[in-house]
Design a protein around this ligand. Structure first.
Ligand code: FAD
Ligand code: SF4
Length: 510
């Protein structure tokens, strides 16, 4: 009756019912494997954060009296894949049963099913007890509907889980407070500094270097600031509700070169690794609002809860509804490589320079930087969605395919033809200038479409619309913009397209 329980690197849920009691017949196994470090080039901080968090998780389980087997990346007996390590363990330890938690990634879900089927012993799969919704819940909710509107799913989630509700109605009488949020940050305003932890990861760093794992980005000298255990994850949540929540919504879409995290929670890694559950994040935020006696405005709170209870659960449901087709989708038939400076930040375009540089330094950029700067440009440049996915899946600390590909390939790159996003997230310099101060001090002129130093976004934007007219002009959320294009003088249009062509041909030099 010996059972082996596999815990994947993004399943560090210490509150799971598996751990309620110790059991001498149960052994847990966690593995650092090349299979996971090498399927894409990851940011060095992402590799460090996952390995460090896994090691701390395993150590805590052991302290609690659980039996744990841990494969370090450097262990000589490590066969570097789940399948081979599991085969070895099952034969050497005579386990009678394998149990695992539902993987969040399609790739691992398929693989573990295949491994389980081939084993001579029984296997059992358990829920991760993390999400609000099940894998199939969104699919059932939208059954027989042609469009997938996030807002509808969000309202259903609020009702079902009684979050900010008074019976069937929203607690404040209104569902959506977007109009009160999303302001530009005033020039002299300095947001809260991010809370960073003093973690020592020297040992893991050496092991990863010795193993010769290819990574991107930078590791800071000295302490490692990302949370790597539950206590730190909870401390980051506390820090967020006390310091950033009061202005979260207001500056949720703002961008500035002077702060890399603004009023964002930076909780995505904690939640995606499952050190924190979305439920406890939502409940803590609501409690802070209730106890603030009006100090924290409701729109800040609703803006945040919409992200966690709405967008995060929506993306997970859409992932399971659309995979594996989503992985191949390329509605706009884009073919180009990403510009080389996506790996260095060395471009004269100030917005991209800042968004990419901070991603390389911190493995983090907030939503609007990802969507309206790097994602926007990648789409205008005609980048192949595989290229774009690989970059996003590698560079961000929180990047796990279920939440990366839905945001990148679908929402940002429109590669699913608008099922998740419903419109294209492209813009000229006008949007970036409205939400940031990047354009001040940029080499390029935000007001110029053509000529010397004209902002590349301006010509590439119209070029994009022209190029994809047959696929986009009929979309009700995009068709309005085409009117402006059709109304332009033919000479102006030709000059814009010519400018765009020049930029596209010299994209690595922009
Ligand atoms: P906050 O702005 O403080 O938001 C709070 C929480 O809401 C986040 O922690 C996150 O869990 C959730 N959330 C917010 N927006 C989304 C969203 N669109 N989808 C799902 N959850 C959301 N998020 C990831 O977790 N992993 C990714 O790989 C990822 N890739 C992205 C790629 C692109 C192109 C875009 C546009 C967005 C991507 N996002 C991804 C969503 C979002 O940008 C991040 O969740 C967010 O920036 C994380 O930082 P934060 O914790 O400070 O978020
Ligand atoms: Fe970016 Fe153009 Fe503004 Fe420069 S002018 S920061 S390239 S939007």
């Amino acid at each position: 009756n010996k059972t082996l329980r596999l815990i994947l690197g993004d399943q560090l849920n210490s509150q799971h019912s598996w751990f309620l009691r110790t059991d001498a017949s149960v052994t847990y196994v966690l593995m650092e494997v090349r299979q996971e470090t090498d399927y894409v080039v990851h940011h060095i901080q992402k590799v460090m954060a996952f390995f460090a968090a896994m090691r701390q998780f395993a150590a805590t389980l052991q302290e609690q009296g659980h039996q744990v087997i841990y494969f370090k990346i450097s262990d000589p007996i490590n066969k570097q894949s789940f399948e081979h390590n599991l085969q070895d363990l099952l034969t050497t330890h005579f386990f009678k049963k394998l149990e695992y938690l539902l993987p969040d990634e399609y790739r691992l879900d398929q693989e573990l099913q295949r491994i389980a089927q081939a084993l001579p012993i029984p296997t059992e799969v358990y829920d991760t007890e993390h999400f609000y919704s099940t894998r199939a819940e969104l699919g059932n909710f939208f059954k027989n509907r042609k469009t997938f509107v996030m807002e509808n799913f969000y309202r259903y989630m609020r009702q079902k889980h009684q979050v900010l509700m008074a019976g069937d109605e929203p607690e404040t009488g209104q569902w959506n407070y977007d109009q009160d949020n999303r302001q530009k940050m005033p020039a002299n305003h300095l947001p809260t500094a991010p809370l960073l932890f003093a973690n020592n990861i020297a040992e893991i760093k050496l092991e990863v270097e010795t193993a010769g794992i290819a990574t991107m980005g930078f590791l800071p000298e000295g302490d490692f600031g990302w949370p790597i255990n539950r206590a730190q994850a909870l401390a980051l949540l506390e820090y967020f509700v006390q310091n950033s929540l009061p202005l979260f919504g207001t500056f949720q879409d703002a961008m500035t070169p002077h702060s890399w995290s603004l009023y964002h929670a930076r909780l995505s890694f904690c939640m995606n690794s499952k050190m924190l559950a979305p439920r406890e994040v939502v409940q803590r935020v609501i409690r802070e609002w209730q106890e603030s006696a009006g100090q924290i405005a409701f729109h800040q709170v609703e803006g945040f809860i919409r992200q966690v209870l709405g967008w995060r659960e929506f993306m997970r449901g859409m992932y399971w509804l659309k995979m594996p087709d989503l992985e191949k989708a390329n509605f706009l038939e884009n073919t180009q490589k990403l510009p080389v400076w996506y790996w260095t930040g060395k471009t004269k375009m100030n917005c991209l320079k800042h968004a990419i540089s901070q991603s390389l330094h911190y493995a983090y950029a907030h939503h609007i930087q990802r969507l309206m700067v790097t994602g926007n440009f990648a789409l205008l440049a005609g980048s192949h969605p595989d290229e774009v996915d690989a970059w996003y899946l590698g560079i961000y600390i929180d990047a796990i395919q279920w939440v990366e590909i839905t945001n990148t390939r679908a929402l940002s790159q429109f590669a699913d033809g608008g099922q998740i996003g419903t419109k294209t997230y492209v813009s000229t310099a006008a949007y970036i200038n409205r939400m940031s101060s990047y354009c001040q001090g940029c080499y390029y002129d935000k007001n110029k479409k053509i000529g010397d130093r004209a902002c590349p976004f301006n010509s590439l934007y119209w070029n994009f619309l022209d190029q994809h007219e047959s696929k986009l002009a009929k979309n009700p959320r995009i068709s309005m913009i085409y009117k402006a294009w059709y109304n332009m003088e033919p000479e102006t249009k030709a000059a814009i397209l010519e400018q765009a062509q020049q930029y596209l041909e010299n994209i690595d030099q922009l």
